[in-house]
Design a binder for this molecule. Structure first.
Ligand code: KIV
Ligand code: ZN
Length: 502
């Protein structure tokens, strides 16, 4: 059985999803979870793209162990040097450099010929190699590149020291038989191919990214690049959970597996959803809310007799457990902490104290606290940002024959400001009051409310995505009152925007 490496690019390509921008603390949380999940390589960012990306990669390099930390770099000297600066403290590190090779990109975007693209690629792989051993090269838009030239580039970069050659289907153009054949040709035609691992990086524009990646594995690929929940540029990347569970479930066919601890999949998926604000469609394979629900009577009958009749994956194998009632208002700090540790959360004393305060408030209003409620409470710890604005008080009146009115008190720095606003509905009135107090001009891209567990006293979780100029962020709020959760989510998003301006 071969081991296929999992290269996770949630923090780089995943972050290129509109509205999925993350701050350093959030990226660190995801990186720690990816390490727990057992990914082999974390692409932590694109060091030269912004000071924030550089800092995030540097922080992750210093704090996350057990996995290779990688930075992306264009085939440019400044990019490679900046990447090296960002990752040099990581115990295991990689530079991933890339240059387009397709005629379309070379002619219209770069205005250079094939020889020049080859020269730049080789030179920059050599430069990266002068800093470290582990160098990956990607011929961007490989699937629309003339195959003879593609093989020539791959051979040259391996000679220059690339230890991984990645074949990106940048625009999600290929189909499984064609992509598999491409990997096979590369293995046959590139003389020194045994000196490097073949990786694949498939986008999902035609909904084929998982199939293409699996076809590549059947043809000898040794590394798959993917993201949690399949987030990423445009239609996204190959989804980590799909490709990993396909390899695990059909290892009879692939004769290959990964190092992923599949029981951590669900938690990773939820964390990424929470932080990016990008929810997973209910019918999404593996991590969708309906992925293990059986509606049909015939299916239910079969399942009751034997699970294997209609279940190809055990829910527990991806970390999905039956909802458990765990705590209530009489539970103490010790029980709270113990359950969090069982769920895999390690909080500092300070984080524990503030999560416990929130737990007590919720427990006053909600009789039974489930694991999902605890996760929502704790995740607020991970998404905290400096509080430029903080909600002090809120009251709302709304009814059949009255105009919705919100009165809000918000602390802005040292100042306490109160305003009353009207709106189409209570949420509109609240959001108007918040923008008027904070004097901000962001555009609301998305507003989403969901109940975390069943019951009318369920904790409501709200995600608000806001855009200001070229920046888009998602804010979160959880409360038994969805109006308060909405205000918290909006203010959390404004705080994220404010933090990015600093
Ligand atoms: O899709 C792509 O081609 C990329 C490269 C940088 C590998 O993301
Ligand atoms: Zn990509």
């Amino acid at each position: 059985m071969r081991t296929v490496k999992i290269f996770d690019t949630t923090l780089r390509d995943g972050e290129q999803s509109p509205g999925a921008a993350m701050n350093i603390g959030e990226k660190l949380q995801i990186a720690k979870q990816l390490a727990r999940l057992g990914v082999d390589i974390i692409e932590a960012g694109f060091a030269i793209s912004s000071p924030g990306d550089f800092e995030a990669i540097k922080t992750i390099s210093g704090e996350v162990e057990g996995t290779v930390i990688c930075s992306l770099a264009r085939a440019k000297e400044a990019d490679i040097k900046r990447s090296w600066e960002a990752i040099k403290d990581a115990p295991k590190k990689r530079i991933h450099t890339f240059h387009s090779t397709s005629e379309i990109h070379l002619k219209y975007q770069f205005r250079i010929d094939q020889a020049e693209a080859l020269r730049r690629s080789v030179e920059m792989v050599k430069l990266a190699k002068s800093f470290l051993e582990d160098v990956e090269f990607s011929p961007m838009d490989a699937t629309r590149t003339e195959i003879g030239y593609l093989c020539e580039v791959i051979e040259a970069v391996i000679d220059a020291g690339a230890t991984t050659v990645n074949i990106p289907d940048t625009v999600g153009y290929s189909i499984p038989t064609e992509f598999g054949a491409m990997i096979k040709t590369i293995r046959e035609k590139v003389k020194n191919i045994d000196k490097a691992v073949i990786a694949v990086h498939c986008h999902n524009d035609l909904g084929l990214s998982t199939s293409n990646s699996l076809s590549a594995v059947l043809n000898g690929a040794g590394q798959i690049e993917c993201t949690v929940n399949g987030i990423g540029e445009r239609a996204g990347n190959c989804s980590m959970e799909e490709v990993v569970m396909a390899l695990r479930t059909r290892s009879d066919l692939f004769n290959a597996d990964t190092n992923i601890i599949t029981e951590e999949i669900m938690r990773s998926s939820k964390l990424v959803t929470k932080i990016t604000g990008m929810s997973v469609q209910p019918n999404k394979a593996i991590v969708g809310a309906n992925a293990f629900s059986h509606e049909s009577g015939i299916h239910q009958d079969g399942l009751l007799k034997d699970k294997s009749t209609y279940e190809i994956i055990r829910p527990e194998s991806i970390g999905l457990h039956k909802t458990k009632f765990v705590l209530g208002k009489l539970s103490g700090r010790h029980a709270f902490k113990t359950r969090l540790v069982e769920l895999g959360y390690e909080l500092s004393d300070e984080e524990l104290n503030s999560a416990f305060d929130r737990f007590k408030k919720v427990a006053d209003q909600k009789k039974e606290i489930f694991d999902q409620d605890l996760e929502a409470l704790v995740s607020e710890e991970f998404t905290t940002v400096p509080e430029t604005y903080s909600l002090v008080d809120l009251s709302i009146s709304s009814g059949f024959n009255s105009e919705p009115t919100a009165v809000l008190k918000i602390r802005v720095g040292e100042e306490l400001i109160e305003k009353t606003e009207h709106g189409d509905g209570p949420i509109d009135a609240i959001f108007r009051a918040i923008t008027s107090i904070t004097e901000t001009k962001s555009k609301l891209l998305k507003y989403e409310v969901k109940a975390i567990t069943g019951g009318t006293d369920a904790l409501g979780e709200v995600v608000c995505s806001l855009e200001e100029g070229d920046r888009a962020v998602s804010g979160h709020g959880a409360d038994t009152d969805i109006i308060i959760a909405s205000a918290k989510a909006y203010i959390n998003a404004l705080n994220k925007l404010a933090a990015r301006k600093r």
